[in-house]
Design a binder for this molecule. Structure first.
Ligand SMILES: Nc1ncnc2c1ncn2[C@@H]1O[C@H](COP(=O)(O)OP(=O)(O)O)[C@@H](O)[C@H]1O
Ligand SMILES: [Mg+2]
Length: 372
């Protein structure tokens, strides 16, 4: 098993139409992946995840920067000699070979002794629960079974590290969920270093020891799933994780109070100087109280979505619609006027979003209370 170290890695590619100079796809990526770690690279489509993975595998050459596996520089080491296995979204099984032959092919090419091949194939087949499929051809397998065989082909090699590029995205939702569990079990069993690419925030959250989130070729934040969810470094990360998206309200701090622009939402934030800010509140942290006649109503329930285990309320509040989670089947009906309450420790505060919608996290701000 192995650690992977990436230092100031950049990748340039010729621009798509062949016009103009090269185009930077990855900017100054630095990251240490520990031996045995499950690291997920996540980000929107086109942000450079596959390119970074291919650089680690040796299928692409970095334009600048250093790559090391187990402390040894590998920039000039060819892919076959890096001892890394890559599993793609497309399974790329050999159609004319049985599952057993697909699993053993790579080992035969490496002149592994037949007894050893038999043992490794049996172990991998058992781990991935494909033992009963060994004599079948890929065309006789379901999508999920094919993906398992593709993983098995990587597992038999016992590589130093596994690289996965969106391996579950061709599977249906139920199978994806099942395969997520199996990947976690596989990781626990093999104790292998795994670098896993996905655009899916749920996959990232559920699989990762640590997540690195990329946008337009740059790392926005690296941390545990809880760190990224609870303390997003900026509004991009804040919006990327969580369904529904975090509520973001633009406004100002004035005399230690947050005052929403066009939204009757106030929060007491002592210790923070007057400045434009964006306040973030997750749907599970936004609590509704039915407004009584003595209070000014601050929001009105617009839509109630029933999800079975919970209700999701969309509450019109001035110019904005905010989302709030609520106990299933207990929600007041649409049209009900409500107060919105959020505990101070659940207020996320960002620099006021710029024209691109970006704002960096501000902290510490020492909020003490927040109500609408
Ligand atoms: N061979 C190539 N030549 C030029 N540009 C490319 C090439 N491959 C990918 N790109 C560009 O590089 C960026 C990152 O692509 P990719 O790594 O595939 O992203 P992701 O896997 O995150 O969807 C995209 O903007 C894509 O258009
Ligand atoms: Mg990709």
């Amino acid at each position: 098993m192995a650690s992977v170290s990436i230092a100031r890695l950049c990748k340039d590619k010729p621009s798509a139409l062949g016009k103009g100079g090269p185009h930077r796809i990855l900017h100054d990526i630095s990251m240490e992946i520990a031996d045995g770690e499950f690291l997920v690279l996540v980000g929107p489509s086109g942000c450079g995840k596959t390119t970074l993975l291919r650089c680690i595998a040796g299928l692409e050459e970095p334009s600048a920067g250093e790559l090391a596996i187990d402390g040894k520089r590998v920039n000039d080491v060819p892919p076959q000699a890096r001892d890394i296995a890559m599993v793609f979204q497309s399974y790329a099984l050999y159609p004319h070979m049985t599952v057993a032959e697909n699993l053993s092919f790579g080992l035969k090419m490496r002149h592994t002794p037949p007894d050893e091949i038999k043992k490794l194939v049996e172990e991998a087949a058992q781990m991935l629960e494909i033992g009963h499929l060994l004599s079948r051809y890929p065309r006789e397998l379901s999508g999920g079974q094919r993906q398992r065989v593709a993983m098995g082909r990587a597992v038999v090699r016992r590589p130093k590290a596994f690289l996965f590029d969106e391996p579950l995205s061709n599977l249906d939702a139920a199978l994806r969920q099942q395969m997520r569990l199996e990947l976690l079990r596989l990781h626990r069993r093999l104790k292998a270093t795994m670098i896993y690419v996905t655009h899916d925030q749920v996959e990232a959250m559920t699989l990762a020891d640590r997540i690195a989130i990329l946008r337009q070729g740059r790392i926005e934040q690296v941390g545990s799933p809880a760190q990224l969810y609870d303390r997003p470094a900026n509004t991009f990360v804040a919006r990327f994780f969580g369904t529904p998206e975090m509520n973001l309200i633009d406004g100002h701090v004035e005399d230690s109070w947050f005052v929403g622009d066009g939204v009757p939402f106030r929060a007491h934030l002592p210790g923070l100087g007057n400045q434009p800010v964006t306040l973030g509140v997750r749907a599970e942290d936004l609590h509704l109280q039915v407004a009584d006649s003595s209070e000014l109503p601050r929001g009105r329930i617009d839509v109630v979505e029933h999800h079975g285990h919970e209700d999701l309320l969309h509450v019109r509040c001035g110019d904005k619609v905010l989302s709030a989670r609520s106990i299933a089947h207990k929600s007041p009906p649409p049209g009900t006027e409500v107060r919105l309450v959020v505990a101070p420790q659940h207020c996320h505060l960002f620099q006021r979003r710029d024209a691109q919608g970006d704002g960096k996290r501000l902290e510490p701000y020492g909020a003490s209370e927040a109500t609408a």
